[in-house]
Design a protein around this ligand. Structure first.
Ligand code: NAD
Length: 461
């Protein structure tokens, strides 16, 4: 593991959200200024985090080195040039990436991120995470991820559309409903998926199943926008049951009030829980008496910064203080590496539900485990989005649509089943949920790869 120097690279980092919540606003949005105050992030990379957890599971499963090498390396990595004429009259040359990690269990599946820090290393890590995640929730996909190193919040809607279309035009050959199906992630939303679907359709004819997370008006699925946040809450409810926590009595904090964070907050608030702190790329707020999760989501959706929210006795706090707020549940739902060696000890929550991918570095994970904090890991907790993406794909392929209750019921069943499988494994092996989740996911992928004949042979691999 690389040292977790906690130099605040976030100081220079740019804001990552364009339109929040997957809305499909047609209006030109004013680019936002750069972020002001953000918490420190660890210098350890997403790739190091995912590789570390893979290595732990590999040792525990007794996987042979040669098999592990196949599993940890990507099947295909594509990098393309995306030169975009911008409003400043210059051509900006962005880089686009698509990494297909492992397709043993089905077509590759994973989001597209628009963020200035996107690079091959990060996309590779997030693709691998998708492989284990789809296996843990038992949906018939492999794992992939993509991204463009642009800053959507500093771009006009027109510029974002150009990036989305050019990116699709350049990678369409490796995509398609039976090959690889993108979805939204940080900095992208339903509107971006609509542009990508439209671009794909120019070459292949109308093919809604080529991307998921689309707007409802373009064969998106009911419940997709809320699915990741809702899935987090389904997973938390299982844990709460086990830990004898009443969800209606908890105080909770959300770091990153975007799609995942704000939906998790609304779902938890609807159960009666109290949101006492929240943050976005611009700063953090706190209110002991509780913030209205729905009003805060509306405020963010309209483009407001959380620190400008003036209801419910909200007061501005330093972003690093957010982690140390007195609460029962902490939900990291921003970027990777936000809980690290230098701040993990300040966490007061009894439960951490990981909405973001790789929010906790391995050293921080050890600290949380030692403190007795119950961590529901990303690789299971935030799978709700890809589960409902799977439902969207199924509906698109068969040209029908389920109503939202049906989508949510099916999502609940899958999340509960996955939680139980991971929890039972953790109990059996006396390990934290994260280790059990990786073991389960990797085992299922090895099984599929071997049955397919992709990795052959007998032995302990
Ligand atoms: P988003 O762009 O909608 O929201 C991200 C939020 O984080 C925004 O509010 C942004 O302002 C905030 N943020 C950015 N930098 C921050 C910082 N330094 N401190 C505090 N807040 C900061 O993105 P999203 O789709 O909600 O994704 C959030 C995380 O969840 C990512 O790690 C993503 O990979 C993961 N995830 C998303 C989905 C999905 O369906 N969208 C599914 C699984 C996992």
């Amino acid at each position: 593991m690389a040292e977790e120097a906690t130099a605040a690279r976030s100081e220079d980092q740019e804001e990552d959200t364009a339109d929040r919540d997957g809305g499909s606003s047609e209006e030109e949005q004013e680019p936002k200024p750069q972020q002001k105050e953000t918490p420190t992030r660890a210098e350890v990379s997403n790739y190091e985090i995912v590789t570390h957890y893979f290595d732990v599971a590999k040792e525990r499963l007794g996987l042979r080195d040669d098999v592990a090498e196949v599993l940890m390396s990507s099947y295909r990595e594509v990098k393309v040039q995306i030169p975009i004429p911008m409003e400043d009259g210059r051509i900006h040359c962005f880089s686009g990436f698509r990494v297909q990690h492992n397709g043993a269990r089905g077509p590759y599946k994973g989001g597209i991120r628009f963020h200035p820090e996107v690079d091959l290393d990060e996309v590779r890590a997030l693709a691998a995470l998708m492989t284990w995640k789809t296996a843990i929730v038992e949906i018939p996909y492999g794992g992939a991820k993509g991204g463009v190193n642009c800053s959507p919040s500093d771009m006009t809607e027109d510029e974002r559309q150009r990036v989305a279309r050019q990116f699709m035009a350049k990678i369409e050959k490796v995509l398609g409903p039976t090959r690889d199906i993108p979805a939204p992630d940080v900095g992208t939303n339903a509107q971006v998926m609509a542009w990508m679907m439209d671009e794909y359709g120019k070459l292949h004819g109308h093919t809604p199943a080529c991307v998921t997370g689309k707007p409802i008006s373009l064969e998106g699925s009911w419940g997709r926008e809320a699915a990741t946040g809702r899935g987090l809450v389904y997973a938390f409810k299982e844990a709460a049951n086990q830990l004898d926590i009443d969800p209606s009595e908890v105080k909770f904090v959300v770091q990153g009030y975007g799609n995942v964070g704000s939906w998790a907050a609304r779902e938890l608030a609807d159960l009666g829980a109290t949101l006492v702190g929240a943050s976005d790329a611009y700063g953090a707020i706190h209110s002991e008496k509780g913030l209205d999760a729905h009003a805060l989501a509306d405020h963010a959706k309209e483009g407001g910064e959380l620190v400008e929210f003036d209801g419910d006795g909200a007061e501005k706090i330093a972003p690093d203080e957010l982690l140390a707020l007195e609460c029962d549940v902490f939900i990291p739902a921003a970027l990777g590496g936000m809980i690290h060696e230098s701040n993990a000890d300040s966490v007061k929550a009894r439960v951490v539900v990981e909405g973001a991918n790789s929010p906790t570095t391995p050293k921080a994970d050890d600290i949380l485990n030692d403190k007795g904090v119950f961590v529901i890991p990303d690789v299971m907790a935030n799978a709700g989005g890809v589960v409902v993406s799977y439902f969207e794909w199924v509906q698109n392929l068969q040209h029908f649509r389920w109503d939202e209750d049906e989508v949510n019921d099916r999502l609940g069943k899958i999340m509960r089943k996955a939680y139980k499988a991971v929890h039972d494994r953790a109990d059996e092996d006396d390990v934290p949920l994260r280790v059990a989740a990786y073991e389960l996911g990797i085992e299922r992928v090895v099984d599929a790869a071997r049955t397919r004949g992709y990795i052959g042979g007998e032995g302990d691999g």
